[in-house]
Write a protein that binds this ligand. Structure first.
Ligand code: MN
Ligand code: MN
Length: 468
């Protein structure tokens, strides 16, 4: 077992961890979609002196060291920069996290009627265990875009007096039992995606449950065809909360990867003006392989680097290529935490433990490190220095036993520019379940590491940190 870092914490450290966790819980409870994250982070960046890059481009306003800028991509991805003292062609220090999480999405034709119920048809997003999504209260978050250009924001099921929705489940009494083995239940572990349908109503209008729901929607200005141009995500209803009698952990929806996204933005905001330009990239679509205009594979990030370089008066294609090539990246993503209830697929010696601090994965991938970025020891040595100088708690980990699975992150996409990249984030229990669990201590250490890295690691961490 890894050393549990709580025992070494002073009273002041515990208070700092508690305060940061409280702010994080508030963020996580409010932000359950990519768009909600972008809205929240834009406001936070603006409050802290960041200005929209677009405005500067329009006005041809030059940039200089210490300037803070950000750009939003289709309301679902973002990049923010703090301009450093060195030329951009010397490279950037980059934190990159994703803000999409597994969930159910409404289909384009979601409404239908079945046996007196009105239903919403869904198509799941990302790697879910289908059986996790039955028999729990679900909320609807998203938006509907109307032909006249107006948008209707949807957030339904989070307030006490609002209704919630759900995919119901079969009772145990009606599951066929055989040789002590519950056949139907075992089938349910492979619940087909097509079965994940939300019940949204049961009152009738002229014999039809769907007509009744259409009436309610019409009163809100929504026609059935408006779902063609909607983006509605079905997520667990309710807030992030403390977990455990000792309140050492947090249970919430979307720690993967909003815990790392939150730590990244806070690190950028709270850090001092760095030598090298600091950047935070928040992307969508990681859970489906990072495709599309808002995923990491899009050109958005490099386009924005080019714009920043242009406003710095440094732009040349060669300078631009050097800037990317010489950059260093923390691929900020969570990893699997060792689970005392499910020990079989883990190797205790190499697994990430909750309360063991920032979890580094030199490589991810599966079956012989396939499709993985494999971080260079030269880069890791630099990071060890930052970690040790700032007394940050950390662990070097793998995800599960060899050949027992694996996964990928956006690390390999950024590595294609020739950047030094490593994965570092928090261990998570119940990852990709509707309610995931993290340690508050790991969250805070993660934030402290990101801040040390983004400011170049050569300055002591500022106030509000245990060892600062
Ligand atoms: Mn994930
Ligand atoms: Mn992730």
């Amino acid at each position: 077992m890894r050393e549990n870092a709580w025992s070494a914490c002073s009273q002041q450290q515990i208070e700092n961890i508690g305060l940061f966790s409280k702010e994080y819980k508030s963020f996580l409870s409010q932000c359950k979609t990519e768009r909600e994250c972008i809205k929240y982070f834009s406001a936070l960046l603006e409050e802290n002196g960041f200005v929209k890059l677009n405005k500067l481009i329009q006005n041809k306003t030059p940039l200089k060291a210490g300037d803070k800028v950000y750009a939003i991509n289709m309301n679902k991805a973002l990049v923010a920069f703090v301009i450093g003292k060195e030329d951009l062609q010397n490279g950037l220090n980059i934190l990159c996290a994703h803000i999409d999480s597994p969930r159910l999405d409404l289909k384009s034709n979601p409404l239908y009627e079945e046996d007196g119920f009105c239903m919403f048809d869904t198509h799941y997003y990302g790697g879910i265990k289908h059986y996790h999504w039955v028999a729990l209260p679900l909320a609807l978050h998203g938006l509907i875009c109307k032909e006249d250009g107006t948008k209707i924001d949807i957030c339904l099921g989070e307030k006490e007096d609002e209704p919630v929705f759900g995919v119901t489940d079969l009772l145990p009494h009606l599951t066929e039992k055989e040789k002590g083995f519950n056949k139907l239940l075992s089938k349910q572990e492979d619940i087909e995606g097509e079965v994940l349908n939300l019940i949204i109503g049961s009152k009738l209008k002229e014999g039809s449950a769907k007509s009744k729901i259409l009436d309610i929607l019409a009163a809100k200005g929504i026609q059935e065809k408006d779902f063609y141009s909607a983006e509605i995500e079905v997520v667990p209803a309710g807030k992030a909360r403390d977990f455990g009698l000792d309140e050492s952990m947090i249970i919430g929806y979307g720690h993967d990867d909003r815990s790392c996204a939150y730590c990244s933005i806070r690190a950028l905001i709270d850090g001092q003006t760095p030598l090298k330009t600091a950047a935070v990239i928040l992307v969508d679509k990681e859970e489906t392989g990072s495709p599309g205009a808002t995923g990491m594979k899009s050109k958005f990030f490099e386009n924005m680097v080019a714009e920043v370089m242009n406003l710095l008066g440094e732009y040349k294609e060669l300078h631009f290529k050097r800037a990317l090539n010489k950059s260093q990246v923390i691929s900020c993503d969570v990893t699997a935490g060792f689970d005392p209830n499910w020990t079989e697929p883990y190797n205790k010696n190499t697994e990430a433990f909750l309360n063991g601090g920032v979890a580094f994965s030199k490589y991810t991938g599966s079956k012989g490190k396939s499709d993985s970025n494999d971080a260079n020891p030269e880069f890791i040595a630099k990071l060890r220095k930052i970690l040790d100088e700032n007394k940050i708690v950390y662990q070097f980990t793998e995800m599960g036993k060899v050949d027992k699975g694996g996964g990928g992150t956006i690390a390999s996409i950024l590595a294609e520019y020739g950047m030094e990249v490593i994965d570092a984030g928090l261990p998570v229990l119940s990852m990709h379940a509707p309610w995931e669990v993290i340690s508050k201590l790991d969250l805070f250490e993660n934030y402290r590491f990101y801040k040390a890295f983004i400011t170049g690691g050569n300055q002591k961490i500022c106030a509000g940190t245990p060892n600062g």
